[in-house]
Design a protein around this ligand. Structure first.
Ligand SMILES: C[S@@+](CC[C@H](N)C(=O)[O-])C[C@H]1O[C@@H](n2cnc3c(N)ncnc32)[C@H](O)[C@@H]1O
Length: 235
């Protein structure tokens, strides 16, 4: 794996696009123009393309892992909301390095296949998906559950926040079902009202609970991650 530091805000990739790329005049809406302009000028987007990652989100996980050293060779990991597969690529590179681990990715959308990764298509709340996970694991417990799940946004911030919080709660339930003792959980959350109750839930089951905002997560975004380590028990 390329060991290049992934702190792009502070290195050459950030300055390599010194002059902002300009968009040609078109009939696009203002918000789609803003989105395209942001993509064109985002150093993580171009670096993801260079390194063959399927999403710029890959850098968020690389940065979190650089700090907390979560993934190790041979581990068993579940990735909830895995499409298009950037996180799967990062995890697989590490856990399958010396000895083969087990990596299961689940998403509502199609995810292109990756070597040594079990990909399931469906809703994480669907019983059928849970039984497929059980079948793959065949009685094994998992070392980590990660979730980058986000609900489709409606533009109504409280609704979007609530829907993503509900996904986070489902992800935590799955983590509690499958984690082995000392396992970890990493999940996307949005800043807002329900945060403290989630932290309270996690604090009961994990020895260490932190909020994490990697540099690759846009400053202006309400997105952050909650990291819970050293799973104690199911409460
Ligand atoms: C931000 S994307 C994940 C990006 C991924 N981490 C990567 O690096 O490529 C969020 C994903 O969550 C998925 N998702 C949302 N709700 C879900 C659910 N109930 N079950 C499964 N996947 C879900 C969406 O389909 C979407 O692909």
């Amino acid at each position: 794996m390329n060991k290049k530091k992934v702190d792009l805000h502070k290195n050459k990739f950030a300055s390599s696009r010194s002059s902002k790329q300009k968009l040609k005049k078109s009939k696009r809406t203002e918000s789609s123009k803003r989105w395209i302009s942001r993509q064109l000028n985002d150093p993580y987007v171009s670096e993801a393309q260079k390194r063959g990652y399927r999403s710029r989100s890959a850098f968020k996980l690389l940065q979190i892992n650089e700090k907390f050293n979560l993934f190790k060779s041979g581990m068993v990991i579940i990735d909830l909301g895995c499409a298009p597969g950037g996180w799967l690529q990062v995890i697989s590179e590490i856990i399958n390095k010396n000895k083969k681990g087990i990596l299961i990715g689940i998403d509502l959308l199609d995810t292109d296949i990756l070597p040594n990764v079990e990909i399931l298509k469906g809703d994480i709340n669907d019983e059928n998906i849970l039984s497929q996970i059980n079948k793959i694991l065949n009685g094994k417990k998992v070392n980590g559950v990660v979730s980058d799940m986000a609900a489709d946004t409606t533009g109504h911030r409280p609704t979007d926040h609530l829907r993503t919080t509900m996904l986070l709660e489902s992800a935590i339930d799955i983590a509690k079902d499958f984690l082995n003792e000392d396992g970890f959980f990493l999940g996307k959350c949005f800043k807002g009202g329900a945060e403290s109750s989630i932290l309270e839930t996690l604090n009961k089951s994990f020895k260490v609970v932190k909020h994490v905002k990697p540099d690759a997560s846009r400053k202006e975004s309400v997105e952050s991650y909650v990291l819970a380590m050293h799973y104690k028990n199911k409460t």
